[in-house]
Design a protein around this ligand. Structure first.
Ligand code: ZID
Length: 230
């Protein structure tokens, strides 16, 4: 069977969950990387059976996660984590490390290799502001969390991906057309993500023999989408 690492699952409402479930239906083993601030609620909800209905697979089995790692995709390595984050209660509790490098190292140690890498995460702190009103820091934060996070993941998970493997991200058509409400530099972040997908597919294809693709998603009332009123 194939092994997938899926980043960006913190409940049963988003694309990451649906992709994990579809991969599990096809026989894959699923490992998650869950945003540190959302991890404890996710684990509590899992334990309490809140997701049991959505965990049910066609064959009657339940969707299981081989392991759930705490992860924050805006930090590449421990030196990048600012003091106030490192000492934050939730982050301090994430022992073993939550930076992209540390998570990749832990996956390598625990599982050896993966076949599928899914990036189903985005964050734009000023998404509710139009691009005209967006601050420099809000714009850069959107690109850091939503776009560079994928480059960082591919850099670090590429070396543990089996040849013939596949990396996937999710984008949105607001990259190509002006769609009011998708602000804060999120439209820019998706435009960059789409361009990066082409360049990275060339580079990662040559380097590791893997494919890199992005799916431009239709509307889904995930937590992230509700936050921007979709
Ligand atoms: P989600 O809330 O289920 O997933 C986002 C995840 O990212 C959450 O679990 C967060 O905890 C996690 N996260 C945030 N910051 C970080 C971080 N720094 N490190 C690690 N994890 C983090 O929402 P989702 O399923 O909507 O989002 C998954 C992907 O799909 C994102 O790339 C979205 O941009 C993309 N996407 C979603 C939609 C949608 O409708 N839900 C659309 C297109 C693309 C879309 O916006 N009409 C209107 C809107 C849209 C489509 C059509």
């Amino acid at each position: 069977g194939k092994r997938a690492f899926v980043a960006g699952v913190a409940d049963d409402q988003g694309f990451g969950w649906a992709i994990s479930k579809a991969l599990a239906e096809a026989g894959a083993e699923i490992i998650l990387g869950t945003w540190v601030p959302a991890l404890s609620i996710f684990e509590t909800s899992m334990k309490r059976g809140k997701f049991d209905e959505s965990r049910r697979l066609e064959n009657g089995n339940m969707l299981e996660f081989a392991k759930v790692y705490p992860m924050d995709a805006v930090y590449d390595k421990p030196e990048d984590v600012p003091e106030e984050v490192r000492t934050n209660k939730r982050y301090a509790a994430a022992d073993g490390g939550f930076t992209v490098q540390q998570v990749a190292d832990r996956v390598k140690e625990d599982f050896g290799s993966i076949d599928i890498l899914v990036h189903s995460l985005a964050n734009g702190p000023e998404v509710q502001k139009s691009l005209l009103e967006t601050s420099r820091s809000g714009y850069l934060a959107a690109v850091s969390a939503s776009t560079y996070s994928f480059i960082s993941m591919l850099q670090r998970f590429g070396p543990i991906m089996n040849r013939g493997g596949s990396a996937l991200t999710l984008t949105y058509i607001a990259s190509e057309r002006a769609i009011p409400g998708y602000g804060g530099g999120m439209s820019s972040a998706k435009a960059a993500l789409e361009s990066d997908t082409k360049v990275l597919s060339f580079e990662a294809g040559r380097k590791w023999g893997i494919r890199v693709n992005t799916i431009s998603a239709g509307p889904l009332r995930s937590r992230a989408a509700r936050a921007i009123g979709f």
